[in-house]
Design a protein around this ligand. Structure first.
Ligand code: HEC
Ligand code: HEC
Ligand code: HEC
Ligand code: HEC
Length: 358
């Protein structure tokens, strides 16, 4: 086929820098169109190292968030994991050498960047591991416009720059399903071999989007310099709770679909899938909605057994769609029935950082 003119790719947004944008409406329209093109959720994909800007890039404007992150396991693991005896033992069993150099380990344990044309691990699990590779959007997503401040920026300009950043791959408050997915991409381990042969955990015991995002990971400091870091508001916590259960079932079904033997991997993840389905049923009983009714039916439709790949994957794919629609379309205000089920602060994972205490 003769090469035609390069077709615009759905994933590449219009090349407008907001700084030079003539004015808002055109930019807004283009950004919204680009965002619509991304309507189908992509499969779990590791960060593209070429597009990673690195946590140093965020320091300039997000010093408070960096201070929180510095204290987390996600950051400390960069130095600590390679020295742990468990790491050595695991690598030995798998016939691998250095954890930072192994493709099979890098994507979950580190952030990689291209420096001098070479892939290098530059940090542990960093801002971009959760918020998406930022090279395309980090300069513009927070740009109020020439001479403007947060207070004087027109609301349409704000909407336009954030829509543009979302279209360029920023995962954040408006794309909660995609943001939540990043956790499960790493915390449910989809690799049977490293689990059964290497002794790697099949998943983080007790992981849940709500409880693990509200502890040491929490960095909801409203404006730079504010000395508070409040937990997510109640309606948001309800949403995080339900979304976590949906993602847990989806990811565990995918893992069971990939399992080839009765071993630690298949057993642990089938058990977790079953527990998460039961949690979804409890959620539906406590705060019934048509959306969750459908999700429960799909979650229960797949039999948790080996050699059942097609059925398990079909259910997981449907859950991906329904989960996203749920996250985008649900108002946590209406889910008050869930409150007795919500885990409280005593179950949040790790110590919450208080910016008032240096
Ligand atoms: C030049 C300054 C600047 C840099 C550099 C910067 N940010 Fe921001 N960022 C901002 C501002 C300002 C906001 C607040 C925007 C708003 O709420 O309107 C923001 C908001 C955000 C948000 C929330 C967006 C939303 O949807 O509400 C995320 C997530 C974020 N930044 C991540 C990052 C990451 C990750 C990096 C580094 C790769 C980074 N930022 C680098 C200025 C910056
Ligand atoms: C899909 C993501 C993923 C991949 C791939 C992955 N890990 Fe992990 N790893 C994790 C998570 C998540 C944990 C934390 C588990 C927990 O919460 O207990 C972990 C924990 C570990 C630990 C600590 C275990 C312990 O018992 O304390 C070691 C060591 C480790 N990984 C090594 C490796 C090595 C070596 C590889 C490559 C062969 C690798 N990991 C690949 C996600 C991953
Ligand atoms: C472990 C995943 C993870 C990491 C690492 C992470 N974030 Fe976040 N970030 C989140 C989650 C989850 C939220 C809350 C989203 C929500 O509820 O809307 C969030 C929210 C934010 C917000 C919006 C806060 C608000 O209250 O509106 C900003 C800004 C932000 N992150 C910047 C950063 C920066 C900068 C870094 C690196 C220093 C970082 N994040 C590291 C997951 C992460
Ligand atoms: C790129 C992979 C990756 C992503 C994305 C990720 N994590 Fe992690 N997370 C890990 C690994 C690996 C560890 C364990 C590191 C270690 O023990 O050395 C970990 C550890 C943690 C811990 C500390 C657990 C402990 O034992 O104290 C918390 C809390 C956590 N993650 C929450 C989250 C949440 C919430 C999200 C999503 C908003 C998330 N993580 C996204 C890979 C990831």
């Amino acid at each position: 086929m003769p090469p035609g003119p390069a077709a615009p790719r759905a994933a590449s947004p219009p090349a407008i820098g907001l700084r030079d944008a003539p004015d808002v409406p055109a930019a807004l329209l283009l950004s919204v169109l680009a965002a619509l093109c991304l309507a189908v959720p992509a499969a779990a994909a590791p960060l593209v190292a070429e597009k990673v800007a690195g946590p140093e890039t965020c320091v300039e404007c997000h010093l408070d968030q960096i201070q929180v992150w510095k204290r987390t396991v996600h950051n400390r693991t960069f130095r600590e994991l390679p020295r742990q005896p468990e790491t050595e033992a695991m690598l030995l069993k798998l016939g691998l050498s250095k954890i930072k150099g192994e493709k099979q380990c890098q994507d979950c344990h580190f952030t990689g960047q291209i420096i001098d044309e070479q892939y290098q691990t530059v940090s542990g699990i960093s801002c971009e591991s959760c918020h998406g590779a930022a090279a395309d959007w980090y300069k513009t997503h927070g740009d109020y416009g020439p001479g403007r401040t947060a207070a004087t920026e027109p609301p349409e300009h704000r909407a336009a720059r954030l829509a543009q950043a979302d279209a360029q791959g920023m995962l954040g408050p408006r794309t909660l399903h995609a943001l939540g997915k990043t956790c499960y991409d790493c915390h449910i381990v989809p690799d049977e071999k490293i689990v059964n042969a290497g002794g790697h955990p099949a998943a983080s015991p007790g992981f849940s989007l709500l409880t693990w995002s509200q502890g040491e990971v929490r960095h909801s400091i409203p404006r730079e310099g504010d000395k508070v870091n409040p937990e997510a508001p109640l309606p948001r916590r309800r949403l995080l709770f339900v979304l976590g259960a949906i993602l847990e079932v989806e990811y565990c079904l995918r893992a069971v679909a990939a399992a080839t033997e009765r071993g630690e991997f298949a057993l642990t993840l089938a058990r977790r899938a079953e527990a998460a389905r039961q949690l979804l049923e409890k959620i539906q009983a406590a705060a019934p909605t048509p959306a969750i009714a459908e999700i429960v039916a799909v979650a229960k439709s797949a039999r948790l057994r080996l050699n059942n790949r097609a059925e398990l994957l079909a259910a997981a794919d449907q859950l991906a769609r329904l989960g996203r629609a749920f996250a985008d379309g649900t108002d946590g205000e209406k889910l008050a029935g869930l409150d007795p089920l919500l885990p409280g602060p005593d179950q949040y994972k790790g110590k919450v950082h208080d910016p008032a205490v240096p």
